[in-house]
Write a protein that binds this ligand. Sequence first.
Ligand SMILES: [Zn+2]
Length: 419
Amino acid sequence: MENKSSDKSNFFSEVLSADERIRFDRQLRLPGWNQKALKDSTVLIVGVGGLGTEIAKNLAMAGVGVLHLIDLDIIEHSNLNRQILFYDAEEGEPKSKVAARTLKKINPHSRYFWHYSNLEDVNPEIYAKADLYISGLDSVTARNELMRRAVQFKKPMIDGGTATYYGHVYTYLPNVNSCLQCDPQRERERETLAACTLVGIPRKRSHCLLKGQLFFESKHNRPPDTTEMDEVKIALDYANDLIKEHFPETGLFTIDEAVKMIDQHDPTVISINAVIASLQTQEALKLLHHLKGIELGVVNPEYLIYNGLVGKFFYLEKPPNKKCLLCGDNAPIIEEIELPRSSTLDMLYPILKQRGYHFDPEFLPSFWLVDKKEMSEAKRNNTLVEAGIRDFETIYVTGLTKNNEEKDVYVRILLKNTK
Ligand SMILES: [Zn+2]
């Protein structure tokens, strides 16, 4: 390949337009910086809310070439205390769409793809081809789903979160530090919460309000609208009856407490949000250099906590857990298998056999689509297209053994580019 001097220079790069070279002039002067590496990069941002919009704005302004924005939400008035990308949006528009529109105005040289969708239904090819993932999510389930993709596609994932005057940043680095499921203790806490239903005695004061909310939901098939006092009061009265019975010494819930607990949004302010989003951005910028083989600082592998009330940072080490069921030694096996689009799923049997798997020919293994939000079975005589299998789709295969041991096996289908 021809090695022109312009390939190495940021200032005279032919990959960057004249406008970009002027726009990014100040950062081109940074030691170690490589603007072309950023231009060649693709970042996937899941959750385009407080953190996500701020990070997207930062990465667009820094000149990252491609941003994928994934969010299932629409814009509400309460987003406007911190989410700058929505300043001229109509309430009710999809967040990802408006974010992409505003980013195009901020930096027209990059490309923005919006996905008004949950993260599961986004094409797996996008996960496979992005350089790294950034989470601005507030849901534990969604974070875990994104983590699973990060582990299985071996991609770094920069997670962030804020709660009141605190925030955290944690960058998962494949094979370096722990994934979000390495710590079984936290899993158990989640299970305890999940076990809290309308039946049974509340074990904590907060459970009473949760039960009040569930009581409302059992009648109306939806959570109480926290802008309607009458609806909140139904949950509150139910909760306070339980308080009188089980925790009389603790005092009744107020209506404000009920609103905050029913409306599961953490209170947050722009300053903490901006600190955390900026830290996530900075880790992303370094990582994007590293992924292109360019040295630029070190990515922090520790869990960082920011306490905005005292202005201090704290760090926790996060060594990987070898026994982790997602990223450890016993993690499920992923077999990559390339197939033409027109093939049927039963073509997988001989290939799996070739790779040393055994199965009972009387009860052939079945195939399950596990990437999508709703898990479904794919019939063996379906073609890949009929089964709705996308490029890089992961399929769970039941009933396989290897060396007389039952194995959890996933197959990642790579579609051959033939018609
Ligand atoms: Zn793990």
